[in-house]
Design a protein around this ligand. Structure first.
Ligand code: HSE
Length: 326
C-alpha cells in the first residue's frame, strides 16, 4: 500500500506532421492532469472534470484505471482500489492525442505512486503497445519532437528540441472523427512512387526540424500515404493543405488522424491573423464549424507533483486553477 498522492500534468500531441505517418510526433502546450492515490474508502472512485468527458467510464473499465493496473502488475505490486481524478483541456477524438495523453498520464502516475520502479523506456514500450503506434505517446512522454520507429515489439526514438521560433495554429472542427474510422479510410497497399515520395518528405522534414531549416518545411510537410485518403472525411482539408503556405504558414498537415488541421508558423510572422482567417473561412465555406487555438510546441514531457496521501483538502481542480484554459 502506498501513502503517496501524485498529480501528473501531461501534454497533448500532434502525430504524423504530414509525411511521418505513425512515426513523427510533437508535444503541444495543451494539457491534461491526472491525480492518483490508493483509495482510502476501499473502493475505486473516478472523478472526471472538463468538457466532453461525459461518455468516459467511471468504473474499473476506465482506461486510466486499467493502464495503472498494468503498471502495478508489471511491478508485482497490488493497489486494487484507486482514487483517480482527471481534468483535461484536450478535446477528445479530434486528432490531438487525448487517448495517448491519458495512457502516458496513467503510466507515469501509477509508476510514481509505487516509487517509480519502471524506467521511461519501459513506459514508452508499454504506451506504444497500448496505442498501436509510438508517435503520440512518444511526444507526450518525452516532450518536444519525437522521431520513432516501432517494429511491433520494440520502439526506438530520438527526441528533437523544437525550434524556438515555431508556433502552432490548430483549427479544431466541432465534429469528432474516430481514429479507427480514419484508419479504415487508408488502402492496404500503396504505389512504390508514393512510398518513395514519403520517405523523401519525412526524412527531409526531420532533417529540416533538426537543423533549423524552417524554409524547407513547406517542401517537406507533404504526404501521399494517408492525407489524400482521409481528405474525403474532412471537407476543406485539401484546400487548406494546398494553400496554407500562401497565407503565411511554414507548412500544414492533418493533425494525427484528424479532423484537426494544423499549421506551423513562425512566431513573429505578420500574417498570423490572415492564416487563422483562411483556416476558419475555408472550413466555414464547407459548413464546418471550427475553433482555432494558437499553441506552442511543448518541450517537456509529464510534470509530476508528489503529495502525501494525508495532504489535506484541496481537490485537483483547486490545485491546477490558473493553469487550465477554462
Ligand atoms: N498516426 C496515427 C494516425 C495517429 O494517423 O492514424 C492517430 O492516432
Amino acid at each position: 500500500m502506498t501513502d503517496r498522492r501524485v498529480i501528473v500534468k501531461v501534454p497533448a500531441s500532434t502525430a504524423n506532421l504530414g509525411p511521418g505517418f505513425d512515426t513523427l510526433g510533437m508535444a503541444l502546450s495543451l494539457y491534461a492532469w491526472i491525480e492518483m492515490s490508493a483509495s482510502k474508502d476501499g473502493r475505486t472512485i473516478i472523478d472526471l472534470y472538463g468538457d466532453g468527458l461525459d461518455g468516459i467510464a467511471r468504473d474499473k473499465s476506465n482506461l486510466i484505471y486499467k493502464v495503472a493496473q498494468m503498471v502495478f502488475e508489471k511491478a508485482g505490486i497490488s493497489v486494487p482500489e484507486l482514487h483517480i481524478a482527471m481534468y483535461s483541456d484536450i478535446p477528445l477524438t479530434r486528432g490531438l492525442g487525448s487517448s495517448a495523453s491519458a495512457i502516458v498520464g496513467a503510466l507515469v502516475a501509477a509508476n510514481a505512486l509505487i516509487g517509480s520502479p519502471l524506467d521511461d523506456d519501459r513506459l514508452f514500450q508499454m504506451a506504444t503497445e497500448l496505442e498501436g503506434h509510438p508517435d503520440n505517446v512518444g511526444a507526450s512522454l518525452f516532450g518536444g519532437i519525437v522521431v520513432s520507429a516501432w517494429d511491433g515489439s520494440r520502439a526506438e526514438k530520438v527526441r528533437l528540441e523544437p525550434h524556438s521560433e515555431l508556433e502552432v495554429l490548430v483549427a479544431i472542427p466541432a465534429f469528432q472523427l474516430a481514429t479507427e474510422k480514419a484508419r479504415h479510410a487508408l488502402p492496404s497497399q500503396i504505389a512504390l512512387a508514393d512510398a518513395v515520395f514519403n520517405v523523401g518528405s519525412s526524412s527531409l522534414l526531420v532533417a529540416a526540424l533538426a537543423s533549423g531549416r524552417l524554409d524547407l518545411i513547406k517542401h517537406a510537410m507533404r504526404d501521399r500515404l494517408h492525407q489524400p485518403y482521409r481528405a474525403a472525411l474532412i471537407p476543406g482539408m485539401s484546400e487548406i493543405l494546398e494553400q496554407a503556405t500562401e497565407h503565411g504558414a511554414l507548412g500544414a498537415a492533418l493533425s494525427g488522424a484528424g479532423p484537426t488541421l494544423l499549421a506551423l508558423v513562425e512566431r513573429n510572422s505578420p500574417r498570423k491573423e490572415e492564416l487563422e482567417r483562411f483556416l476558419i473561412d475555408t472550413l466555414h465555406n464547407e459548413g464546418i464549424e471550427a475553433m482555432t487555438m494558437w499553441l506552442k510546441p511543448c518541450s517537456n514531457g509529464p510534470e509530476l507533483t508528489l503529495l502525501r496521501l494525508e495532504d489535506s483538502g484541496s481537490s485537483l481542480l483547486k490545485r491546477i486553477k490558473g493553469e487550465v484554459r477554462a
